[in-house]
Structure formats: structure tokens, C-alpha cells
Design a protein around this ligand. Structure first.
Ligand code: GCB
Length: 616
């Protein structure tokens, strides 16, 4: 009996170990990698036939019916009911929805498969399989063995490949991706965006030595007085590195050649924390998106990154970038290429979206409503666009469920771990339009506190809703106590009244903090013209923007510190079913689904130009 218990415990811990997600390795592109992007095979499996047996029990690992097992019949008499082969081909990265019409509305399981050979490189000591993201629940199998599982559609994850599982040739990699929505997930079942499924971001093998730096951070010390540092041209840089499997006596070198910095640190336990002085640092800003090459060396590995240095803080009602007040000229963006009805993934996609934001004279973008791919944050770094980055805690999720909080916390942690070296990111947002209640405020404030604890060098926010009180638009959501910036989604003239309501609206913010409009917008079908009172005409949207701008200039509190209107481009949403004007599109884009600019684009562009000129 005792023996049996021991065996069971051993078996259970083996499963947990296999399924636990390995610590996220940051900056794969700054290391040795082999891309596994390209053409994969797939099986669509709405009934999860490849996962459960006919009693609907999960298959044993070695069962030949399980789709993670290669099951090629040796001759025509052998039974088999699955195989991965052409023409069932799918591109990775890429949502499945746009790849074949039959996938447009699909929500369920798709199995992906490809083969790969062991990379032929010097120092291949350990291999990790890395996914930029897959939406939503992903199970990964190699040569019939489960490597692990990950939940969350917009953050990266990796699994170590055990040496005894890897073969020299023809490794059989199978990935089960399920994008079904569930009440107890993050996001929950109800969102105003398309539930694109699949392996939406890059897949790669990361080649690391046995002892390596898993994550690190190099930044300006937020505790220094930045104005005097600028005057004296003397700055304190600070940071850390965390080592996987540290080797006795091995040191970490941090090098910034252009600043003539080369420092060595001994590892304490599994990490180093550092602080050093740097002279004449050219600070990162929208006007000067300066990035320095930073190298971190440990043992056989040198990781290369490009990092900008800047500080972001608040001073009463002001937002301060490098010690100077800044107004955020933003725009909200979904990670979607409207002309092709698909998720944005590549560098080129990022350049299209952020290029439009630059044309609009933006200095900031709100990447809604989930962490966007790394090409976006890297492009923002080099284009000089400040970023609001958000986790998909959206609308009414299960705030009373502690498991849901854990899921949100995990996504927050993954987002911050991945992107904390991006100078462009100035705001971590913990959610959007969550309905006020005690339970929700407890949930949301614990996320805000966690974000601060993980990264004290950025501002925390969340998009809130207005409270109508005796003819006043009052921004007094109790969550505002926990955020650095009080942000509001405001649709005056679209969801209530006409744009003319802006002329008489009264505004009050209950906090002595910067006030930010995280959304405002109106729908218009590109190319549809008419009377400005008529909904969905470009003229209505243009009028809306004119009245809004006028209200910002004349009736807004002095804490008004920026805006990110909704939204750069039209985006797909199953919730938008007006048959004449929407047809499955949220039409609040300033750019339509063919890439054409609507009239309102030019109103915002002119306002931003004016603001930019005032700043000079
Ligand atoms: C909002 C939501 C956003 C919607 C938008 C709209 O407040 O935050 O996700 O898409 O309104 O168009 O109504």
C-alpha cells in the first residue's frame, strides 16, 4: 500500500514537472535561435478526438489514437484514423481564421505538426522550444512526450526539451491549440474583438549553454534626481540578471560599448543586481529614440539587446518624461491588419500600424487590449513612440474567483518579464472598463500593486468608466486610488447624445493625478458620406472629433495629460452587426478596412500637430 502511494506521488510530480512552464527566457532574438516558422500540417478537431478517447478520458501518452503520436500504418491492413500530411498545410506564425474561409468563425481545437532536425551548432547544450504566443490554450508534444501546457493568448512561453526526448533527425513536434472562450479565463467569453485562434506568433528553438541568463533588466535608476543628472551628465544605471543553473565562480559581464561601460559581477545565489555610473547618456524620447547596444555575457553566451534609457514619473497632475512635462498624443491600436483581416505579426505589420500612428503626429500608442507581439514594442522603441501595454482583463471577468486572479497575474508577469527593457513602454495597464464593485476593486488593485512591485520604474493605469452625477461627468472610480494615471474611456456624442453635447459637458476628476482619455471615438463607414447628423457617415465622425477636440481645449480639467482615441483602424468584431455599415467590423477606425483615411483622421492629425508645435 505504502509503495503504491509513493509511486502515485512520484508519477504525479513527474506530470507536474513536465507540465510546468519553464521560466520565460527573454530576448530570444538576442541569442542563438533556429526558427520553426513556416509551413506546418494541421488537423481540425472540434470534438477533441485526438485528445480524449471514446469515453472522453484524456489518452495515455503512448496511445496510438492520440494525435501527438505519429501513427503511420505499416501496411493497408493497419487501423489508423489520423495523420498529418499535405494538402492540410497552415502557416506559422498566423491566426488560422484568415488562412482558409472555413476557419473564419472557428473556435475549438486545431492540431499543428512539423518535423525538425537537431540544430547543428557548436555549444548546443540545451534547447528550449519558444512560442511568441498561441491563442488560447496550448499543449506541446515532442516525439510523443508532453513538454507542457500554457494558457493565455498574447504572452510568450517556452519549454525545455529533455535530452532523452530529442533525436538527431526528424523530431515529431505536435501542438494542440484551443481558442474556445471560457467564463473563468482571461479574457472571458465577452470581448469586442475577434477571437483569432492558432499559433499567432513566432516559434523557435532557443539554443543555450547549460548555464545561462534567463532574464535581465538594464535601466536608469528611478531614484536619482533626473534633472540634476542631466545637468551634470552623470547617470546611475541599474538592473539585474537572473541565471538558470548558475556555475560556481562564473561572472556576468555587462557591456555598453558606446558608453565605454564594461562591468563584471559575481553571482549571488542565482542572480546579480547592479548599479553603475554612466556619463553623457543620450536619453530616449520621442524626438530622440536613441538605443544603445547592450551586451550581457555569462559563460559561453553573449546576449545582445538594444536599450533606450529614460525616466517616466508623475508630479501631481503632470506626466514627466526625463524630468520634463509631456502630453501624450496617442492612438489606440488592435493587433490586426484590417486589409487582410488577420492578426499583425511581422516587423512589416508593425511598421504599417506604427507608421500610420506617426503620420497622425502621435508620440504614443495604446496597444489594446492585450500585450502585442514583440515586433510592435521593438518598432515603438526605434520609432520613438511611447507605449501603453495592457493585459486582457476586459469588462466583466470573474472577479470573485481566486483562480482567475492567478491567471491575470501570470499574464501580467509574462508581459512585464518580456518587455521591461523596452524604453517605449511607459504604462502597464491592468485592465479595461471593469465594473465598479468591492470585489472587482480588490481584484484590480492587487494587480496594480503587483505591477508596481514587479516594476517600480513605470506608471500603472487602467481604463475606467465615467460616473454621471448631477449633470457632472465625474471620474471617481475607487480604482483610481491605486493607479498613477487616471484614465477614462469617454464616448460623449456616440453612445449618448450627439457630438454637440461636448459643448456643455462638465468634467471633474476626483484625484490629484494626471488625467488621460484612454478611449473616445465614433463609427464611420469609409467612403460613406452624407449629412453630419447621420450615423456612420464620415461627416458624423469628423464632427465628433471636432467637438471632442474643442471640449479638450476649453472644458477639460487642468490635469488633462493626453489621449488615445478609439481607434487607429477598423477592426473585426462579432458584436458589430449593423448590416449596412458594420457587417462584423467595429467602424471606429480613423482608417478603414482598405487602409483609406477617413475625414476624422485629419482632424486628429491637425490637433496633434498643433500640440506638438506648442511643445517645441
Ligand atoms: C470600449 C472598449 C473597446 C470597444 C469600444 C467600442 O469602451 O474598451 O474595446 O471596442 O468601447 O467601440 O465601443
Amino acid at each position: 500500500m505504502k509503495k503504491l502511494i509513493l509511486i502515485t506521488i512520484a508519477a504525479l510530480s513527474a506530470i507536474t514537472a513536465a507540465q510546468a512552464q519553464d521560466q520565460l527566457i527573454v530576448n530570444p532574438d538576442g541569442r542563438k535561435t533556429v526558427s520553426l516558422n513556416g509551413t506546418w500540417h494541421y488537423i481540425v478537431d472540434p470534438y477533441d478526438t485526438g485528445f480524449y478517447d471514446y469515453r472522453f478520458k484524456e489518452y495515455a501518452e503512448d496511445n496510438s489514437g492520440a494525435y501527438w503520436n505519429e501513427n503511420t500504418p505499416k501496411n493497408e491492413t493497419e487501423w489508423t484514423e489520423h495523420a498529418f500530411k499535405s494538402p492540410y498545410n497552415i502557416q506559422v506564425p498566423g491566426d488560422w481564421n484568415h488562412q482558409d474561409r472555413m476557419f473564419l468563425y472557428y473556435e475549438g481545437t486545431v492540431w499543428y505538426q512539423r518535423n525538425f532536425d537537431k540544430p547543428q551548432m557548436a555549444n548546443v547544450e540545451d534547447l528550449y522550444l519558444y512560442f511568441g504566443a498561441a491563442n488560447y490554450e496550448t499543449h506541446v508534444y515532442l516525439n510523443g512526450k508532453k513538454l507542457g501546457m500554457h494558457k493565455g493568448g498574447f504572452t510568450p512561453f517556452n519549454f525545455k526539451i529533455p535530452k532523452n526526448v530529442l533525436k538527431e533527425k526528424d523530431n515529431f513536434l505536435v501542438v494542440r491549440v484551443d481558442n474556445r472562450r471560457h467564463a473563468e479565463e482571461v479574457p472571458t467569453v465577452n470581448t469586442d474583438w475577434w477571437n483569432y485562434g492558432g499559433i499567432t506568433r513566432d516559434v523557435k528553438l532557443i539554443v543555450v549553454p547549460q548555464h545561462f541568463i534567463q532574464k535581465y533588466n538594464v535601466q536608469l535608476d528611478v531614484k536619482q534626481d533626473i534633472t540634476s543628472a542631466i545637468k551634470k551628465k552623470k547617470f546611475i544605471l541599474t538592473g539585474f540578471a537572473k541565471i538558470t543553473n548558475p556555475a560556481a565562480g562564473e561572472k556576468v559581464t555587462v557591456e555598453i560599448p558606446e558608453l565605454k561601460i564594461k562591468e563584471q559581477y559575481s553571482v549571488q545565489g542565482d542572480s546579480i543586481a547592479f548599479n553603475f555610473e554612466a556619463k553623457k547618456v543620450s536619453l530616449w524620447s520621442p524626438e530622440n529614440p536613441k538605443l544603445y547596444e547592450v551586451k550581457l555575457r555569462y559563460g559561453n553566451e553573449t546576449i545582445t539587446d538594444k536599450i533606450g534609457f529614460r525616466t517616466i514619473a508623475t508630479d501631481g497632475k503632470k506626466i514627466m518624461l526625463n524630468g520634463k512635462q509631456i502630453f501624450l498624443r496617442g492612438i489606440s491600436i488592435h493587433e490586426e491588419i484590417p486589409q487582410e483581416m488577420r492578426r499583425a505579426t511581422s516587423k512589416k505589420d508593425a511598421e504599417q500600424l506604427l507608421g500610420w500612428a506617426k503620420e497622425l503626429n502621435c508620440n504614443m500608442v495604446r496597444l489594446a487590449h492585450y500585450p502585442h507581439n514583440e515586433n510592435m514594442t521593438h518598432a515603438a522603441d526605434s520609432l520613438g513612440l511611447m507605449v501603453w501595454s495592457e493585459i486582457p482583463v476586459y469588462w466583466t471577468i470573474e472577479f470573485g474567483n481566486p483562480e482567475v486572479l492567478k491567471k491575470a497575474e501570470k499574464q501580467l508577469q509574462e508581459m512585464i518579464t518580456r518587455d521591461r527593457n523596452r524604453a517605449s513602454i511607459i504604462i502597464w495597464s491592468v485592465g479595461n472598463e471593469t465594473p465598479v464593485s468591492e470585489t472587482r476593486t480588490k481584484f484590480m488593485s492587487s494587480l496594480a500593486k503587483m505591477a508596481k512591485k514587479l516594476d517600480a520604474s513605470r506608471l500603472i493605469s487602467a481604463a475606467l468608466e465615467v460616473h454621471h452625477d448631477n449633470g457632472v461627468n465625474l471620474v471617481d472610480d475607487p480604482l483610481g486610488q491605486y493607479t498613477d494615471i487616471v484614465s477614462l474611456n469617454e464616448y460623449l456624442g456616440w453612445y449618448s447624445g450627439t457630438p454637440a453635447s461636448c459643448r456643455t459637458a462638465n468634467w471633474e476628476v476626483a484625484y490629484n493625478k494626471p488625467f488621460f482619455i484612454s478611449e473616445t471615438g465614433a463609427g464611420a463607414k469609409g467612403g460613406f458620406h452624407g449629412n453630419k447628423e447621420a450615423r456612420f457617415t464620415e461627416e458624423y465622425q469628423e464632427w465628433y472629433y471636432k467637438e471632442q477636440v474643442n471640449m479638450f481645449k476649453t472644458r477639460f480639467p487642468d490635469s488633462f495629460s493626453g489621449l488615445s482615441p478609439w481607434i487607429l483602424a477598423d477592426f473585426r468584431s462579432p458584436k458589430r452587426n449593423n448590416p449596412d455599415y458594420q457587417e462584423g467590423w467595429n467602424r471606429k477606425g480613423l482608417i478603414d478596412n482598405n487602409g483609406n483615411k477617413k475625414k476624422a483622421f485629419y482632424v486628429l492629425q491637425a490637433y496633434y500637430k498643433e500640440l506638438a508645435e506648442q511643445e517645441k
